[in-house]
Design a protein around this ligand. Sequence first.
Ligand SMILES: Cc1ncc(COP(=O)(O)O)c(C=O)c1O
Length: 362
Amino acid sequence: MSAPLRPRPAVAAMAPYAPPTAGRAGKLRLDFNESTRPVPAAVAAALRAALASELLAIYPEYGTARAAVARHLGQPEERILLTNGTDEAIGLLVDTYVEPGDEVLLLCPSYAMYRFYAERAGAAVRAVDYRAEDLSFPLPELLAALSPRTRLVVVANPNNPTGTALDAAGLARLLAALPAAAPEAALLVDEAYFEFCGVTALPLLPHRQLFVCRTFSKAWGLAGLRLGCLAADPGNATWVRKAQSPYSVNALAAAAVTALLADPGPVEASVREAKAARARLFDGLDRRGFRPWPSAGNFVLFRAGEEARALCEALRQRGILVRDRSHDIPGTVRVTAGTVGQAERFLAALDGISEEGGRWTP
Ligand SMILES: Cc1ncc(COP(=O)(O)O)c(C=O)c1O
């Protein structure tokens, strides 16, 4: 075999990111914060109808879906882009605004794809840590880190994996600081878990420096179809659209979201259920001595000590998938809040492992 071609230096230097997505089917998936409930019947019907039509043969059209998403967000259509998951929205902002060597300001720990796209572009990544003691939002530290060199700031609100949320006043303070402290910076507020939290930066639009993204992968249950959206000031939206491939969202995703938003009732019910499951998980973990952190997302991060990895493996043996987050915060595990029944099953599995001699020192 001959030597591979030399990649761009930025690609060669990237930290590898390979989430453990293999072999998950059929298990209780509490590891990726996806929905754990079936898609609403109307969405399944819309997808069947789409398959029976000529839709797959035609390049996708987005008019109906974009109008539905804009209505859902309470925003004019000119501010909205449909994206191939939130991930495309993040990548597009980097592609539109960040040159090699430019500064991208992130929080740590947070969703891995921010760093992925920033490093791929050859950006200089600066990270501000969530507060070690309680994982609260380090707003003064973030404000102090802004500079005229900053081209992109990304805040996941609420944050994954910590569950931390910045309130509306905090978001407004951050945005208000930008024009003086970092006048050429785009602020992306990633509201992937908005439905479980209720705080949004959308009312702060239109603003020259603000971008807000949402996903249909979590509460809305369409992770496999890859659909997200980005809301921005119309002038900014035009530039970002210019950097986007014209067909990056597939036709089935567009058909599914139209049906989904026509009747959000089933999703609203599953969000209520996930919030109840989150409370059950927090309580059950706390009582078992795992010291969970409060979360505004559909997941709970907890301490499992040196045995974190072994605990994840023991749960996997029982058919339950959770995520070891020790690479973010040593000795921590994240579990998704699906249904209350699933939370009970997870807690019962913890008890079973404990009875069989499982040890952890949270
Ligand atoms: C904060 C955050 N943003 C975005 C995503 C991914 O969203 P999408 O599936 O829309 O690309 C995730 C997934 O885990 C996430 O945690």
